[in-house]
Design a protein around this ligand. Sequence first.
Ligand SMILES: CC(C)(COP(=O)(O)OP(=O)(O)OC[C@H]1O[C@@H](n2cnc3c(N)ncnc32)[C@H](O)[C@@H]1OP(=O)(O)O)[C@@H](O)C(=O)NCCC(=O)NCCS
Length: 315
Amino acid sequence: MNKRLAASLGADPIALLMERHDRRVAQIDPRIAPAPPLAEDQELAVSSRNGSVAAGRIEEYRFGKDTFEALWGALRRHVLQVRVFGPDPAAAFDEVLAGLLSQLGAGPDAQLDTDRSTVLTWPSLDTACAAPLVRHGFAPLTSLVLKRLAQRTDPPGGTTVRPARPDDLERLVGQAERLHLFETQLGVLPRRAALRTLLADELAGALAGEPSFVLTALIDGVPAGFLHGTFPHGAWIEQQVTTEPTGYLSRLFVEPEARRKSVGQALVAAAHAKLRARGAQAVLLHHSLHNPLAAPLWARVGYRPVLTTWTRNYG
Ligand SMILES: CC(C)(COP(=O)(O)OP(=O)(O)OC[C@H]1O[C@@H](n2cnc3c(N)ncnc32)[C@H](O)[C@@H]1OP(=O)(O)O)[C@@H](O)C(=O)NCCC(=O)NCCS
């Protein structure tokens, strides 16, 4: 049992902390699902200030450079899990962040390893905890956004959208690679040598059938873009929110010469119609917060932020 936490919260401190944390988050945003409990297999960083209590721990992940996971972030990732409640959470949250970062900074090879990041995902609407993250050098890079599918959006004209076929694979891989490299240009995703091979494997799997679906858009018969989505199937991302069943969109790309002609909106409207037909109540996706092309589009078609992933890179 964590003595410092028990000193503030009594006999069953973790359960009480989780209950208070989840209640606070549900008041801030009822779309966010309760957080997984804080495991006690390591000494927690704890703060108790001004009637507010926070506690946190570090999860470490290491990925091989040619793995699929390596496409989405650093090879060595420290994921911070923090829980907080109280009238003034920022001070307690700040102290716990400082405690966890000092644990990380103390590591023997902390300075050597450049393909390394520290990541924390936090409710986007919980602005009370934003300043401490900025103060400790985190950047809000990625946003998980949600759209309720009750609101219908009529597809714009002028674009033909059809299911992608196996003979589209080569072109889809090229478009997915350019999308990934655009996110690398934005400083969000790393450059990996195995990118094209991993994308080809993933998209071949997606074209093979459910739970994935892939749509391709054409203007006057000329391929103009694609969208890759997933029907609700109990994936981890669906458990982040209280809406269900929930679909997920993982890729949208429109050829530069075909942009701002509503091709993106036509693909999104077709995906929403497919998900609705499958009984989905909502749809989720991640986008880079500072993507000047995508962020206005997703807001325009009715998505709103739910969870923000704050990242501190060391490269
Ligand atoms: C984002 C992207 C898919 C949009 O496709 P698109 O076919 O141009 O989008 P649409 O024409 O359907 O929608 C346009 C709307 O998107 C937003 N938008 C798209 N391009 C924009 C730009 N260059 N500047 C400002 N807003 C832009 C605006 O809200 C715009 O509405 P408006 O034209 O009335 O101002 C396309 O720009 C693209 O492939 N970008 C690179 C890859 C990428 O960012 N993918 C999404 C990752 S989450």
